[in-house]
Design a protein around this ligand. Structure first.
Ligand SMILES: Cc1ncc(COP(=O)(O)O)c(C=O)c1O
Length: 503
């Protein structure tokens, strides 16, 4: 049968056709997952490689299925960087775990739009349940209202919009013009760029974001925070939001949440917690103290799509003030009213219409994907996998400390290590005040070369940051499939690349 004959002029492929292609795709995914360790982690694609092989014009006639699958292998796969690779150790890893893939397949097949409760009650109620499960596991109270957003960037934007909504003279109809004084938001200088971007999107402007210096361990300095707020008040500005990061992007440092909470309470301003990466670590009792106090924050974000083995996109936003979030976002045109034509029984104690708690109207069935992951591993399974990552990270830190030519540049409370190669170790550069700039440039170039060599080798993928002027290598563990042997391979690659510098 030709491809043209397989595809009806109207309607979709048949169930039989789906079954045949679906089985093939599942086999393809299983082979991919089984063999991903043997692929180069970082794509070796050159700019334009794929563009040169996929025509600018879409096909007029149905493409043959086998040709399509061949193109997937030959054209698309070379351009994929494998976030599923156990030696993906750059940025913060993510994982398409098998339950996540299966849950996402079903969610995609059902394809409900959970904008209103009635447009798919199961989507809304499962979202309530899974956000509730995770909240309990990480020590957030049941009273916090949970929702699934696509990314932490959007979760934080929603939280900051709600914080602005709670400024007494803010009126949504007039927007910024209603404010009698310029609003100010406070973050550590180590906070993620998404906070500043939210300020841009919300029309607050980048100048509204005050970056507070950090202490030696890269956590926000609460004294500097209090001083900055006092200075702004004295200058007639309106402090309205503090963002605490628990697990910053560069070093995974932990802001002093309890002190920040006290400041926020005293100042009557919103405290948002960005725990996009590290939040799941609160499942481990031994690491829970890092989070103590976040249960009282006005809002908290954590991402299952980072360190909870759930495929993109899955970000959980919790708040004690759902009414304020609704005030900031709810706009219900006539055609979306669910109360029209409903009986009072239908509208009494109705679960939320999630479209009222964020930016987009359409909401995919993300709860189903997360439900599959949480149910398959259970709390204990997830906790033990996270603990394994933290233990492996401590082992790596030990290897770095034991090596005469490497040094760690920040504490590693969770699953990432910041370090560098320091050839012919000179005096400790300490807090960077007395940097010998020539020496620093040499060290920076050495570490860039090490990273480039390791990444080009394809057996591991590292990224970098800059800490107090020092170019820093950064190795973060977060993929479900990373094992101790993977870490050894990565460390071998790093030390070999360093040894090659002096050849
Ligand atoms: C602390 C922190 N917050 C926010 C983000 C942004 O996450 P997303 O990609 O979900 O927007 C990141 C990304 O790494 C992060 O590390």
């Amino acid at each position: 049968m030709s491809e043209q004959d397989r595809i009806p002029a109207h309607g979709d492929l048949s169930a039989e056709e789906f079954r045949a292609r679906g089985h093939e795709v599942v086999d393809w995914i299983a082979d991919y997952l089984q063999g991903v360790r043997d692929r180069p982690v970082l794509s070796r694609s050159r700019p334009g490689d794929l563009l040169a092989r996929i025509p600018a014009e879409g096909p007029d006639k149905p493409e043959d299925w086998h040709t399509l699958m061949r193109q997937l292998d030959d054209v698309v796969m070379p351009g994929v960087t494998h976030w599923n690779h156990p030696r993906f150790l750059a940025y913060f890893a993510n994982t398409a775990s098998v339950p996540g893939i299966l849950g996402a397949m079903i969610a995609t097949a059902l394809n409900p739009n959970g904008m209103l409760w009635r447009t798919s009650p199961a989507a809304t109620e499962l979202e309530q349940r899974v956000t509730g499960w995770v909240a309990r596991w990480v020590g957030l109270p049941d009273e916090m209202f949970g929702m699934i957003q696509d990314t932490a960037s959007v979760s934080s934007l929603v939280a900051i919009a709600a914080a602005r909504q709670s400024i007494p003279d803010y009126r949504r109809d007039a927007g910024g013009a209603s404010l009698s004084a310029p609003p100010r938001l406070y973050v550590s200088e180590q906070a993620h760029s998404s906070i500043e971007k939210a300020a841009v999107v919300l029309g607050l402007g980048q100048d509204a974001v005050v970056k507070i210096p950090t202490r030696a361990d890269y956590s926000l300095d609460p004294v500097a925070l209090s001083e900055a707020i006092a200075a702004d008040r004295a200058a007639g500005r309106t402090p309205f939001c503090i963002v605490a990061t628990l697990g910053t992007t560069s070093t995974t440092s932990v802001d002093p949440i309890a002190e920040m909470l006290t400041i926020a309470r005293d100042q009557k301003i919103w405290l948002h917690v960005d725990a996009a990466y590290a939040g799941p670590a609160a499942m481990m009792p031994e690491l829970r103290p890092h989070f103590d106090g976040w249960q009282h924050a006005d809002s908290v974000v954590l991402n299952p799509h980072k360190w909870l083995f759930t495929p993109m996109c899955s970000s959980l936003l919790y708040t004690h003030h759902p009414d304020t979030v609704r005030e900031a976002f709810s706009l219900v045109p006539e055609y979306l009213r669910s109360d029209v034509g409903a009986t009072s029984e239908d509208t009494e104690s109705l679960p939320p219409d999630y479209m009222n708690y964020g930016i987009q109207l359409g909401r995919p069935f993300r709860a189903l994907t997360l439900w599959f992951v949480l149910s398959t591993y259970g709390r204990e399974g997830l906790e033990s996998r996270l603990r394994d990552h933290v233990e492996m990270t401590a082992e790596l830190a030990g290897w770095i400390d034991a090596h005469p030519d490497f040094e760690r540049l920040a504490p590693n409370p969770f699953s990432a290590v910041c370090f560098r190669y320091r050839r012919a170790a000179g005096p400790d550069t300490g807090d960077g005040v007395q940097l010998d700039s020539v020496q620093e440039d040499e060290w920076a170039s050495d570490n860039e070369s090490i990273m480039a060599r390791v990444n080009a080798g394809g057996r591991a993928f590292l990224s970098h940051t800059r800490l107090r002027g020092r170019l820093t290598l950064r190795l973060a563990i977060g993929n479900l499939r990373t094992e101790r042997d993977d870490l050894r391979v990565a460390w071998d690659e790093i030390t070999r690349a360093a040894a090659a510098l002096s050849v």
